[in-house]
Design a protein around this ligand. Structure first.
Ligand SMILES: NC(=O)c1ccc[n+]([C@@H]2O[C@H](COP(=O)([O-])OP(=O)(O)OC[C@H]3O[C@@H](n4cnc5c(N)ncnc54)[C@H](OP(=O)(O)O)[C@@H]3O)[C@@H](O)[C@H]2O)c1
Length: 241
């Protein structure tokens, strides 16, 4: 019997690679990234199939759709990048790239694969971030993750598939070196990519709507939702700029 197909974007590194490792025993894997050498290494150890595609452009999104259409049962959107610094110092091209990779690509890919996911009673996972509730000096990044969370919330109401949003705090991956600014906050302490992968797959099994990693970050999201003005005051005090 053929195994179900899971598509994991961002599979060449960090959280996506850790998710691929955790799925390898039970799923056929389509592993999406850009770096062919790192993708090949993950494919070799998981038995998955690597697909090099740039999700910043429609052709890359279309290549993933074409490879997954008709088969995908689990779609994990883990590809993404960050940017830190004041908004006015963030180049317009960086804002465009953040929007394209973190928000437009997962929305378009989910849209294109939705008929297959519905037919197979599938599940889609969005790796957002705790930044979805707003982080100073990560303003454009926060907007992409809040957009992703809003998309997931609406899709959960509309489509008969599982929809899980994962909101990690800091995770020890190449993310920080790639964005050219190390992690500087005292808390939350960075967790491992594998811890995020385990929580993500537990969320899929239990069909949870949202998964915070570490779990205590849920509290920040609850305060943000219930008392936004209080949340702003506390955030400014904890992390003044
Ligand atoms: N690390 C954290 O503290 C943290 C916290 C909260 C949320 N997140 C989110 O978690 C997700 C995974 O990040 P990570 O920490 O695992 O970082 P990472 O190790 O830097 O991995 C990022 C992944 O995204 C892929 N990617 C980036 N741009 C791409 C593009 N244009 N086309 C296709 N793939 C692209 C990379 O592929 P290549 O390397 O092959 O280019 C890589 O596989 C991101 O969405 C990030 O926003 C991270």
């Amino acid at each position: 019997m053929t195994r179900p197909l899971a598509v994991v974007t961002g599979a060449s590194s960090g959280i996506g690679a850790a998710v691929a490792d955790r799925l390898a025993d039970d799923w056929d894997l389509l592993l999406v990234g850009r770096d062919e050498a790192r993708l090949a290494a993950v494919a070799a150890r998981t038995g998955g199939h690597g697909l090099a595609a740039d999700l910043a452009c429609p052709d890359g999104v279309e290549a993933v759709r074409a490879a997954a259409d008709g088969r995908v049962r689990l779609l994990v959107h883990a590809a993404g990048l960050g940017a830190a610094g004041p908004l006015e110092a963030t180049p317009a091209t960086t804002v465009d790239e953040l929007m394209a990779v973190n928000l437009v690509a997962p929305v378009q890919l989910t849209r294109a694969l939705l008929p297959t996911l519905v037919a197979g009673r599938g599940h889609v996972v969005f790796v957002a971030s705790i930044a979805a509730i707003g982080v100073a000096e990560e303003v454009a990044y926060s907007a992409t993750k809040a957009g992703l969370r809003g998309f997931a919330d609406a899709l959960r109401l509309e489509a008969p598939i599982g929809v899980t949003t994962v909101l990690p705090g800091a995770v020890a991956t190449a993310y920080f070196t790639r964005r050219d600014q190390p992690y500087h906050r005292r808390f939350p302490r960075p967790v491992s990519a594998d811890r995020v992968a385990v929580a993500l797959l537990d969320g899929v099994r239990r069909r949870r709507g949202e998964v915070f990693v570490p779990r205590w970050l849920t509290l920040g999201a609850r305060v943000h939702g219930a008392a936004p003005a209080l949340f702003s005051r506390l955030s400014r005090r904890a992390d003044p700029h």
